[in-house]
Design a protein around this ligand. Structure first.
Ligand code: AMP
Length: 307
C-alpha cells in the first residue's frame, strides 16, 4: 500500500568532523521517501524553488517516487545548515532559510486524499493539520516534529497529537514536550497527550517505543564510523512506515519488526553525506544488515526458558 509524505525537500550545508557538504540534497520528505520506497510506493507533497536541480528531481524519480505533488515555485529552495559536534549526537543549527517554504500551502491530489498511510514529516503543525484534514480515511497516520514547533506553536502541536497513531521525537524533544527529564516518565506523559504510540529516537543509543501495551527498545546498529547523521530520523521513519505499509498490518508485533527495519535503514544513511548511501543501496544490502541486526539483538532467551 502506498504512503503519502508531506515535509521538506531541501538543500543542506552540513559540517561534521569528517568534512562538509554544501547545497547537498536533503529535507525530511526526501530522506523519508527514499527509505520507504524500498518497501512500497511513495508520493511526496512538498515545494522546491527554481534552483532545484533537474538531476536531483531525476534521482528521486528514478527510484519510482511519485513527484506529481512536488511543486516548483519561483525563488530558492528551503536551505538548512547544520554543524555536528565531535559527539555526533549533538548538533547546532547554523541557519535556516525558509525561502519557497514560506507560505507553502500543501494541496493533495485526489488519489493522495484517499491514501491509507500518511507521514507528516517535520513541518509546522498547522500545515500538518491542513494535510491531515484533506485525507479521508487513513489507516495509519504518523508524524514527526522538532524543538522549534514545541516551543513556538505548542498549542497547534498538542491539538494534532490526538490524531496521530505514531509520533516520532528525539529524546531531547520528548523531554521538552513533556517537561519530564526522565525518559520513561516523558514517554508516559506524551502518550497521555493523545498519540497511540510514541517512538523516541536516541541517536547512537537506538529507539524506545512506548504504547499502552508497554515499552520496546532497539539499539542502533553499531558502526565503526558515522560520517553524517543528518536525516537519520526521517530515514528511520521511512523504513519503519514502509515496512508497515507493505505488511498491511498494524499490530504490536508488526510495529516491532518495523522499528528494526527503520533502524537498519538509518544505519546506512549515516555512512555517507546527504542521501548518497541510500541512493546506492540495494535490497540485498538491507536484507544482510537486517539479518546481522537480528543476530545482534537475539539473546536466544527462548532456549534458556525451555531448557
Ligand atoms: P533530521 O536529521 O532527521 O533532523 O533531518 C534533517 C533534515 O531536516 C535536513 O535535511 C533539513 O533540510 C531538514 N530540516 C531542518 N530543519 C527543518 C525545518 N524547520 N522544517 C523542515 N525541514 C527541516
Amino acid at each position: 500500500m502506498s504512503i503519502v509524505v508531506v515535509g521538506s525537500v531541501a538543500y543542506d550545508d552540513v559540517d561534521t568532523t569528517h568534512g562538509n557538504v554544501v547545497d547537498a540534497l536533503g529535507g525530511s520528505a526526501s530522506y523519508f521517501a527514499v527509505a520507504a520506497r524500498f518497501f512500497t510506493p511513495v508520493s511526496v507533497v512538498a515545494v522546491v524553488g527554481s534552483d532545484f536541480k533537474a538531476e536531483d528531481r531525476q534521482r528521486l524519480a528514478e527510484r519510482g517516487i511519485d513527484l506529481r505533488a512536488l511543486e516548483q515555485k519561483e525563488g530558492r529552495t528551503f536551505h538548512w545548515h547544520g554543524r555536528y559536534h565531535e559527539d555526533m549526537n549533538k548538533r547546532d543549527t547554523v541557519s535556516v532559510e525558509l525561502n519557497v517554504f514560506d507560505g507553502f500551502m500543501p494541496n493533495l491530489l485526489a488519489d493522495q486524499r484517499r491514501c491509507d498511510y500518511l507521514f507528516l514529516a517535520n513541518i509546522a503543525p498547522s500545515l500538518q493539520q491542513r494535510v491531515l484534514s484533506q485525507v479521508s480515511t487513513p489507516k495509519l497516520v504518523a508524524g514527526d516534529t522538532m524543538n522549534l514547533w514545541i516551543n513556538e506553536t505548542r498549542d497547534d502541536l498538542i491539538k494534532l497529537l490526538s490524531r496521530l497513531d505514531i509520533l516520532t521525537l528525539n529524546d531531547e524533544e520528548a523531554r521538552m514536550l513533556s517537561g519530564e527529564s526522565n525518559l520513561v516518565k516523558a514517554g508516559r506523559a506524551i502518550l497521555a497527550m493523545g498519540p497511540r504510540m510514541l517512538l523516541v529516537k536516541r541517536g547512537e543509543y537506538g529507539v524506545l517505543q512506548f504504547s499502552k501495551e508497554g515499552m520496546f527498545a532497539v539499539p542502533a546498529y553499531p558502526l565503526e564510523e558515522v560520517i553524517d547523521p543528518t536525516g537519520a530520523g526521517d530515514t528511520f521513519a521511512g523504513g519503519m512506515m514502509g515496512f508497515l505499509a507493505r505488511s498491511g498490518r498494524v499490530s504490536e508485533s508488526s510495529l516491532r519488526t518495523a522499528v528494526v527495519y527503520g533502524s537498519v535503514l538509518a544505519s546506512f544513511v549515516v555512512e555517507k553525506f546527504s542521501l548518497d548511501r541510500l541512493f546506492e543501496l540495494t535490497w540485498d544490502d538491507i536484507d544482510k544488515r537486517y539479518r546481522a541486526f537480528i543476530d545482534l539483538i537475539d539473546s536466544h532467551h527462548a532456549r534458556w526458558i525451555t531448557q
